[in-house]
Design a protein around this ligand. Structure first.
Ligand code: GAP
Length: 448
């Protein structure tokens, strides 16, 4: 984890939020490379989830909704974590973490923690539940009537827009509504870098179905999560595991839940959840809002409340998984190198272009024309003429750039057979190929 954190800071993937003021626990900023990688992950997900399915539609809901939404969803009453306090330092801890169990059961946790000390060696108070929703106030008066919540999950605005999407898109069951956006959780103990944070981004999809299709849809979206991680992100299957939630571990809305666990630096932990939310959400919203959210089947003339299968994953957690999976330290040409073996489609920079020597104007001029043409085509292409070629390769290896292109004297015709060709070095193998400038775009595109 320390090596990853150091790489992220050194190369501009992730910075501590408000670093110059000492940071703020649970908040992180994405730097120039981090935002590219995160955007690539979101693009892959949106493409696989929304654009590849004719029955899944996207929305972008507001972060703050009517607080009644969170009463109906059960978050005001039930979105809690068990908390325990060090009676000397007043530091607060997740009781389940201290007890070493996946449980929200206060009685069980009190039993398990009886006689135990805090990490600072002090006595602990009783286990209490703590609501994790972040609060704010709407308007100029800060009283109980103006309390609003920053959404703790993006799913909320999907449920309350279910009818709008169904009607405007003339959607028939089964259909899904997807969203990517920020969510906020007042986590008691944010930890493990960007793994558990207080401001997170989620990619969620709610799949509206007939109750009879629960099992098939649940399996469909479990398989989607696993295959996306394996095929779209190139994550090794040996780094993935299934974890089925026991009853006392499940969220208040879920009748069944399976997580894909990833082998993070701190061990196998939750990456992506698939939940059977039954008709819990739509029924609750109908009850509290008084609106009819039932589905009317035009063919059978049946009217009923759809069930929901949910697919939910955090962008930051996915980014941490992708970086962990890609991070390698190895020896190449007698030197130790750090290399991010990212899929080229995910890499922040697709290629780096260099003149062999920066003090030879004819090399620089030719290299600039190659650089400009590739940048126009692929966007994220880097120019680097600093230091020797070996150092430039190491710099690109560290950020996962799949191709390093060098313009040398042969490019200019010193060897007439090689006129207008460049060397392309492969990040993973270190091998170099001679490629004609006119074929470069296609060469990179094919490898991507
Ligand atoms: N709508 C369902 C839902 O929010 P969840 O299991 O609480 O379910 C879904 O969260 C996913 O969001 C998790 O699998 C994880 O990837 C991400 N996530 C949740 N809490 C997080 C946190 N505090 N920091 C980073 N990611 C988080």
């Amino acid at each position: 984890m320390e090596q990853l954190i150091s790489l992220c800071k050194r190369r501009g993937f992730v910075f501590q939020a408000s670093e110059i003021y000492g940071g703020l626990a649970g908040f992180w900023d994405y730097g120039p490379l981090g935002v590219e990688l995160a955007n690539n992950l979101k693009k892959e997900w949106w493409n696989a989830m929304v654009q590849d399915h004719e029955n899944i539609f996207g929305i972008d809901g507001a972060i703050i909704q009517n607080p009644k939404l969170w009463e109906a969803s059960g978050h005001v009453a039930g979105f809690t974590d068990p908390l325990v306090e060090d009676l000397v330092t007043n530091k607060r801890y997740r009781a389940d973490h201290l007890a070493g169990v996946d449980s929200n059961d206060v009685d069980e946790l009190n039993r398990l923690l009886e006689g135990k000390k805090s990490p600072d060696g002090n006595p602990l108070g009783p286990v209490r539940t703590f609501n994790m929703m972040m609060k704010t106030f709407i308007g100029p008066i800060e009283d109980t009537d103006s309390i609003a919540y920053l959404r703790p999950e993006t799913a909320g605005s999907i449920f309350v827009n279910y009818k709008n999407v169904q009607e405007t898109m003339r959607a028939k069951l089964p259909f899904g509504v997807a969203q990517v956006g920020k969510a906020f959780r007042n986590e008691i103990s944010p930890r493990d870098f960007i793994f558990r944070v207080r401001e997170l981004e989620q990619m969620e999809m709610q799949y509206f179905i007939r109750s009879i299709d629960q099992e098939a849809a649940y399996e469909q979206w479990r398989a989607f999560a696993w295959n996306f991680l394996k095929d779209r992100l190139g994550i090794a299957e040996s780094n993935l595991q299934w974890h089925e939630h026991a009853e006392d571990e499940r969220a208040h809305y879920a009748a069944a839940a399976h997580d894909v666990y990833f082998n993070f630096p701190q061990g196998f932990k939750e990456l992506w959840g698939t939940h059977n939310r039954t008709d819990y959400d739509l029924s609750s919203h109908m009850r509290v809002s008084g609106q009819d959210l039932q589905y009317f089947d035009e063919e059978t003339k049946e009217r009923f409340t759809p069930y929901i299968i949910e697919s939910s994953v955090g962008v930051g957690r996915m980014l941490l998984a992708v970086l962990t999976n890609a991070y390698h330290e190895e020896t190449m040409d007698g030197e130790t190198r750090v290399v991010l073996k990212l899929k080229p489609s995910l890499a922040p920079y697709k290629a780096c272009v260099s003149p062999l020597l920066k003090n030879k104007p004819e090399l620089v001029e030719k290299a600039r024309t190659v650089f400009i043409a590739l940048k126009k085509k692929f966007g994220m292409v880097m120019w680097d003429d600093n230091g020797n070629i070996g150092k430039r390769y190491r710099r690109q290896d560290e950020i996962g750039t799949p191709f390093c292109i060098v313009i040398d004297f042969d490019t200019l015709g010193e060897n007439p057979d090689l006129l207008d060709t460049v060397t392309v070095r492969d990040r993973d193998t270190g091998t170099q190929e001679r490629v004609a400038i006119k074929d470069l775009k296609q060469y990179i595109e094919e490898k991507m």
